[in-house]
Design a protein around this ligand. Structure first.
Ligand code: 6R9
Length: 642
């Protein structure tokens, strides 16, 4: 059944939040449509007077004149509306510990944290870095920052000291929030040690490190450190929130670029919150009074920001937050959680679905998953095989799957089916949602609609949750996103095509950014980590198609003369560990080949395309622009040998 598609059931369509007429409304009156979404999903202290100011394009201003407090929207207003007793978070700890946090509880905890940060000297506009596991304090810290108008920069808990240092320096963060360790598959892994290393020295902008007690591991203590509980628990549970301008910065989130230096993607308050809440309602079909929602993303990634913190909390949803991994203590852990909390909306990544497929359908079959009514996918294309498995074995053969395309830069979902409207086509993210306009361009920058032709995905109109820039680098913002096809088009960096029905299929990154298990990694960053090892002379990295992780990191290295005679196996193992330490375990190459030369063009650019052919086991493509075509023969011989 390769071409089977799936129309929504009449019962589902009848209750769905997102309806077909939204497309017409947005088409007829673009600004009026977004103004209405912003007034429906956000409570404004002061209403806005201008929906969109695009006069300084590509620097957008949305909902100009409007004032709001994002944390108040995510917490206080639900309490004021009489929903203080509603569960905001069912927390499921990695070690089986649990917490039930209502909106009233959350309000108190956020107020205490806001008072605590104020005591440390954090003022509106100051940056706070958050380097925490998936525990309630992470969400509380983010909301406390939002409450104060102090932009947060969440750094994924798997990143190294170097990654923390460069991000903290770029954002000039005054405070870092971390924990004494993190639970990882039954063991305690260090966390604070990386922060200690990152904030050491006179030149660090960090004045205070707030440490959550999570594991009781022994940690070294410095005079910047203060325990979270000693600081926060004694604070008042009341805090008066100030209103911020719609365009007040809400957070910076770093993501890989084509050069080694990560980009600090800047998001602001009103437009971001409006689109995060709106999309969470219509795409996930969220009914906050009755649904139990679960997004499995880590808060270190944008999905955790928009669909674990801001979207669902702005909507007053009840959600599950899980600290652990899907396979600990057993491979049915996720399904046990779905059964326990009667999860009705599950939002996860294709890589996780493929792992569950590998473990076998008999595992989810042991649990009652009948509460599930909507499934979501994000982070990379979901192959039709995984799509069908997901619907069949997790969705009871009937749950709609929303394959949602978006980016750190877009802030919220852009291309996706609407579950009560769209006839689903497995493997395709399908159409821009109401209010969003996309096109596919050819090499010359001309839009086309013919099926199966491959081009570049662009967005043709500004949108409320769009990035407002790259922190401290306006030129790079313009150059990266608004120059490839002229200033009229936002260039997403993804290849795409239409099918005969006009559905959009995303085909992966066209630049040198890889997507491993839904995490973006830049080839340049990994190459520079490899080259930073004393044995490596030169390195080339490619993302090769991989059944489990979407793409996998393949590295080709030339060793330095004096290292070339060393034990190759040991060198390769050392290099893998080195990359894991320098960047993150996610960036660790799956394969490292020691080669004597790399394929290069006359202008000296490494032809990664050819290495990708090798890694993916294909015939080598056109190598006529190589300085020395025999190089590829040597590399191929090396492959068959290994
Ligand atoms: C939300 C997120 C963005 C890149 C994006 C694209 C890929 C995300 C996808 C998808 C195909 C989907 N991507 N969702 N590709 N289908 N449904 O993942 O943000 O980490 O910034 O990555 O991920 O290549 O450009 P981010």
């Amino acid at each position: 059944m390769p071409d089977q598609n799936y129309a929504p059931s009449p019962e589902f369509a009848a209750q769905a939040v997102g309806t077909a007429d939204l497309f017409d409304q947005a088409e007829k009156d673009f600004e009026g449509f977004w103004a209405e979404q912003a007034r429906t999903h956000v409570t404004w202290r002061t209403d806005f007077d201008t929906t969109l100011d695009w006069s300084d394009a590509p620097f957008a201003k949305w909902f100009v004149g409007g004032q709001l407090n994002v944390a108040e929207n995510c917490v206080d207003r639900h309490v004021e509306a009489g929903n203080g007793d509603r569960v905001a978070i069912h927390f499921e700890g990695a070690e089986g510990d649990t917490q039930t946090i209502t909106y009233a509880d959350l309000q108190k905890r956020v107020c205490q944290a806001a008072n605590a940060f104020t005591e440390l000297g954090v003022r509106t506009g100051d940056r706070v870095a958050i380097y925490l596991p998936m525990i309630p304090e992470a969400i509380v810290a983010m909301l406390a920052c939002a409450r104060l108008g102090a932009p947060h920069s969440v750094i994924f808990g798997g990143f190294s000291a170097d990654a923390i240092r460069s991000r903290v320096a770029d954002a000039e963060a005054r405070v870092v929030v971390t924990a004494d360790g993190q639970h990882r598959k039954g063991k305690v892994a260090p966390l604070k040690t990386a922060v200690d290393e990152a904030v050491r020295g006179e030149d660090s902008p960090v004045e205070h490190v707030v440490v959550v007690r999570r594991t009781d591991a022994d940690v070294e203590w410095t005079d910047k450190d203060v325990w979270w509980d000693e600081l926060v628990d004694r604070q008042s549970t009341e805090h008066e929130a100030q209103a911020m301008d719609a365009e007040h910065p809400l957070f910076i989130l770093y993501t890989s670029g084509t050069t080694g230096k990560p980009k600090g993607i800047l998001h602001t308050s009103g437009g971001y919150l409006a689109q995060a809440a709106y999309t969470n309602r219509i795409v996930h079909d969220l009914h906050p009074e009755t649904d139990v929602y679960w997004c499995t993303a880590d808060i270190g990634w944008v999905t955790g920001h928009s669909y674990l913190v801001y979207g669902p909390l702005a909507n007053g949803a009840t959600q599950v937050v899980y600290e652990g991994t899907p396979d600990h203590p057993h491979q049915g852990r996720w399904w046990e959680i779905v059964e326990k909390y009667k999860v009705s909306i599950l939002y996860t990544a294709p890589t996780a679905i493929r792992a569950c497929m590998k473990w076998g359908a008999d595992i989810p079959a042991k649990y009652d998953l009948s509460s599930i009514r909507v499934l979501g996918s994000v982070g990379e294309p979901i192959n039709p095989e995984a799509w069908r498995w997901y619907r069949e074995h997790i969705g009871g053969g009937s749950a709609p799957i929303v394959d949602t395309w978006w980016q750190t830069e877009t802030g919220a979902i852009m291309i996706s089916p609407l579950p009560g409207v769209t006839t689903l086509e497995p493997g395709s993210a399908q159409r821009p949602i109401p209010g969003i306009s996309a096109e596919i361009l050819d090499d010359m920058g001309e839009p086309f609609t013919e099926p199966e032709k491959v081009g570049y995905l662009v967005l043709t109109k500004p949108w409320p949750s769009m990035l407002r820039g790259i922190w401290g680098d306006d030129a790079r913002y313009k150059e990266t996103y608004w120059s490839r096809f002229g200033s009229e088009y936002y260039f997403a960096g993804d290849g795409a095509k239409y099918d005969a029905d006009g559905n959009i299929w995303l085909l992966g990154r066209v630049d040198d950014v890889m997507n491993v298990s839904g995490h973006r990694l830049s080839t340049a960053e990994i190459e520079s980590a490899l080259v930073s090892h004393p044995t490596v002379a030169e390195a080339a990295v490619v993302g090769a198609a991989d059944d489990m992780t979407g793409q996998a990191v393949w590295a080709f290295v030339i060793l330095r003369g004096d290292a070339a005679n060393d034990d190759e196996e040991k060198t390769v193992a050392d290099l893998k560990a080195h990359v894991a330490g320098e960047i993150s375990p996610i960036a660790k190459p799956k394969s490292i080949m020691v080669v004597s030369e790399l394929p290069k063009t006359r202008s000296g650019k490494i032809m990664r395309r050819l290495l990708k052919d090798v890694a993916e086991g294909r015939e080598i493509g056109d190598s006529t622009t190589l300085t020395d075509a025999s190089v590829m023969d040597f590399i191929k011989k090396g492959m068959s040998k290994g």
